[in-house]
Design a protein around this ligand. Structure first.
Ligand SMILES: Cc1cc2nc3c(=O)[nH]c(=O)nc-3n(C[C@H](O)[C@H](O)[C@H](O)COP(=O)(O)OP(=O)(O)OC[C@H]3O[C@@H](n4cnc5c(N)ncnc54)[C@H](O)[C@@H]3O)c2cc1C
Length: 489
């Protein structure tokens, strides 16, 4: 006998059926369950208003929802979708379907927390429950704390505690006892998922790029990565090399379970493939780390984690705006930074090493507020995740917890020589520089004019002159931080 007669599993950033904690709970506790997804107007409308109607994320979500619907239909059910405001639509659907409880994966972003509190209250007003469960991370909120009961702000200590706490139970697949619980869609709920154009969007280049979508796409990437995980540590820093997993968008939209990824790393380690798997597991721990920072310090969305750095006098005015625009467009005159910006603009993805270099360049070479860079990434990254993006930016800007020290300033040229030694990545995204020899490709402005002409890459004509001089920018950055630190003292 089930605890509830009817329930909804409200899918948000967990667009899969396998190893799904809220769905498993819903099926275990309810006799009948329907899956619901809301195309949230508060997210979609601003994109349409900005003219960003070929949005890769919307297309990714849409394609993943279609796959989910097909899988549910194979099991005699289907995905119920609506477009609008979940704060009113979920309580409304719950009443229409006569459910007792709504199950959902817990979300830690401030707006999502507010939304869930609202929906929980609305449901409670009609005698229903909102039951949220941990699904997005391995350890959430207060599960990994210091001995004094405080949240961790140092990653290595957090990781040590995280690993110490981890048991097989924490990453066991979420499964239900009630495979028959997925209910047929009632009359009036059988409409197909609206098309992209009905949602107000048009196709992006997602298909052209070959980004695999849905639960099946995540499985394909995971299979592929499982053959390369052993080399992860050696290859992950070189953007021209297929080193990382490319699973971030799947983690973002939950087309794969983070528990499954930890299980993969553990299995590899059990087979003695320690280094690659161990390093990769650390990256998954970084993800949890930033999620718990956002949970405990929601103020980091708008402020420096270290309050003294809110006083940094960032560059403003016309010149700063021109430089910001040049950075966004990949026109800084520093090839690896520019290639990185072309990568995000063209694909919605940016390699981790390049995120660090591009972010550092904006903040420490151009003196521009990290929040403007984080906003740009938020608009363009297909895997945009508030916690990781904020954490990554504050790390690069040295304003965050366990961030890189403020005096450590990436040199965009030596980073390029080190991580793209043959300029393969640069050539891929900046074909205009393809003819340059390896030694010159990292900073073509240094080439004598006669060589520029011979090679057909004239600085200022074919490729921009550097918009700042790194050495000078470095000095200015050190002064900028000294000022903020001094003001605090
Ligand atoms: C300035 C900046 C902004 C970033 N913004 C985002 C973002 O919006 N969304 C996002 O998912 N990641 C972000 N990252 C972290 C990292 O760059 C990406 O997760 C990674 O590049 C995704 O590629 P992958 O899936 O192939 O990674 P892999 O190297 O295969 O790593 C596996 C997974 O571990 C997690 N991970 C890896 N590195 C980090 C990290 N440094 N911090 C937190 N989680 C990590 C991701 O979920 C990733 O998918 C950012 C990093 C920086 C420096």
């Amino acid at each position: 006998m089930s605890e509830f007669d009817r329930g909804i599993c409200w899918l948000r950033r967990d667009l899969r059926l396998a190893d799904h904690a809220p769905l498993a709970q819903a099926l275990t506790r309810c006799r009948q369950v329907w899956c619901v997804f809301i195309f949230d107007r508060s997210i979609l409308d601003p994109l349409i208003e900005r003219g960003q109607i070929a949005d890769r994320r919307v297309e990714f979500i849409h394609a993943s929802a279609i796959e989910l619907d097909a899988r549910l239909r194979q099991q005699g059910s289907g995905l119920i979708t609506r477009r609008g405001d979940p704060c009113s639509l979920i309580p409304h659907l719950a009443a229409e379907l006569g459910v007792d409880a709504v199950f959902a994966g817990r979300d830690y972003e401030p707006q999502a927390v507010a939304r869930d509190e609202w929906v929980g209250r609305e449901l409670a007003n009609s005698g229903r429950q909102l039951i949220t469960l941990k699904d997005q991370v391995v350890f959430e909120a207060d599960e990994v704390l210091t001995q004094t009961g405080h949240y961790f702000s140092v990653f290595t200590a957090y990781q040590r505690a995280w690993l110490k706490r981890l048991t097989a139970q924490d990453v066991a697949p979420a499964a239900s006892m009630n495979a028959q619980g997925l209910a047929a869609l009632p009359r009036g709920f059988t409409d197909p998922i609206p098309s992209l154009s009905e949602l107000g969007f048009s196709p992006s280049n997602l298909r052209l790029l070959g980004v695999p979508t849905g639960e099946s796409g995540a499985a394909t990437l995971l299979d592929d990565f499982s053959t390369r995980i052993g080399q992860y540590r050696l290859r992950r820093d070189f953007p021209a090399v297929k080193g990382p997993s490319y699973l971030s968008v799947h983690l973002r939209f939950g087309t794969v379970s983070c528990r499954a990824l930890v299980r993969l790393a553990q299995a590899e380690m059990a087979h003695g493939h320690e280094t690659g798997a161990q390093t990769w597991l650390s990256e998954l721990v970084w993800r949890d780390f930033y999620a718990q920072i956002l949970y405990h310090r929601p103020d980091v969305v708008a402020h420096a984690f270290r309050p003294e750095y809110d006083a940094i006098p960032w560059e403003r005015g016309d010149l700063a705006e021109q430089r910001l625009n040049a950075w966004c467009a990949g026109q800084t005159g520093y090839p690896l930074v520019d290639a990185a910006m072309h990568q995000i603009n063209h694909t919605g993805y940016m390699h981790n090493r390049l995120r660090m270099i591009a972010a550092s360049f904006l903040v420490k070479d151009l003196g521009i507020d990290w929040r403007l860079g984080a906003d740009y990434f938020a608009l363009h990254l297909i895997d945009f995740d508030l916690a990781s993006n904020n954490g990554g930016w504050q790390w690069a800007a040295s304003t965050g917890c366990d961030a890189q020290p403020y005096f450590r300033i990436f040199n965009p040229v030596t980073q390029s020589q080190k991580f793209d030694p043959e300029g393969k990545f640069i050539r891929r995204y900046l074909p205009v520089l393809a003819a340059l020899p390896n030694q010159a490709i990292h900073f073509p402005a240094d080439l004598p004019v006669v060589d520029q002409q011979r090679l057909g890459v004239v600085i200022g004509r074919d490729y921009p002159a550097p918009i700042v001089e790194h050495g000078l920018a470095r000095t200015q950055t050190l002064a900028r931080f000294a000022l903020a630190r001094g003001q605090r003292a």
